[in-house]
Design a protein around this ligand. Sequence first.
Ligand SMILES: Cc1ncc(COP(=O)(O)O)c(C=O)c1O
Length: 392
Amino acid sequence: MTLIERLRRRAAERDAAHSRRSRHVQSQRSGMLAECDGKSLINFSSNDYLGFAQHPDVIAAFQQAAARDGVGSAGSALVTGHFAVHHELEQQAAALFGYEAALFTGSGYLANLGILQAVLDDESVCVQDKYNHACLLDGARFSGADLKRYPHADMVQAEARCAEAKTDTLFLVSDGVFSMDGDAADLKALHAIAERHRATLMIDDAHGVGVLGESGLGSAQAAGLRAADVPILVVPAGKALGGQGALILAQRDIIQHLLETARPYLFSTAPAPAMAAALSAALHLLEAQPQHHARLQENIRHFRIRVETAGLPMLDSHTAIQPLMAGDNERALQWSAQLRDAGFWVSAIRPPTVPQGKSRLRITLTALHTKAQIDALVQVLAEITGGHDGHG
Ligand SMILES: Cc1ncc(COP(=O)(O)O)c(C=O)c1O
């Protein structure tokens, strides 16, 4: 069989399982209004939780830096690609989150691969929640470490996996907020387990920063933990910060080790200087303008009240990620298409992103949604789900 024949056969299998994927072309956006494949829709699947991707200060910082520094960095950070704006962003992020140092990488995926490859080897053990993001699992696998996964949110099993590990290099790694379920990890418990078993706790807070914590600093702040309690914090910048890339926060020795040895950092062009400038502006907004975080929180509260009143089978989430369980792929796709017909953009999430039989709509809320848009969404959700309980 030729390669093309083999690929077509695989595509036909995905067709039969309702698991084909395609991209939608977004040609315009204004707030949460998007022109998508030529149709005007209200976007309820964006990760721009605080609206910073479109904030005038962030756009202006990007434009000014591009005018000054050009577009591409034209080099990896260790050769010629590390600009003053990269340096300033790292210092600003370290100070804001209370860490000694930071490293700005091209994406969250690269950050997690880089960290785990650089610090773990085949004598290490990496304990992870089963629902951790793919790049944390991939990073542990590529590192050669013994990857031990515990059932989602099961702290007893997490402790057992740590207790049985016989290694000098034990990592306990978790999402701060789980990207497909929207629930928050029990960071206090994870920290206590890490302390008891001398594990290094590493948290990826892609969906916690800007969302949780009194001033939006994320899951650790919400759990009352200090920087010293979470020795490695990863903040992917493509969600609430509205940009691209990721900030790794840690002690200076760890950051120095990563910048000298993390292969995805060494062997990749540094992010655009303008992106660093835009993220500096976004971090400044996070600190100086609490109204964005407050508006997001208000929208989450409003949505939860409305869906509870409507009796919708939502997962128990108090973050910006609000999944509505469909069960099988076909139903998730059908609901997503019906929402589209009614003017809403809500993506259907299916395996392998989520386990078999747990397909869902992944609704996300942002500071830019209006209450009227949320009310209209809930009304259509109630109509299309028609009391279905979402469990198969
Ligand atoms: C929890 C989590 N970590 C990491 C990533 C990857 O970050 P990036 O998109 O910057 O590669 C994502 C999503 O994209 C995520 O949800």
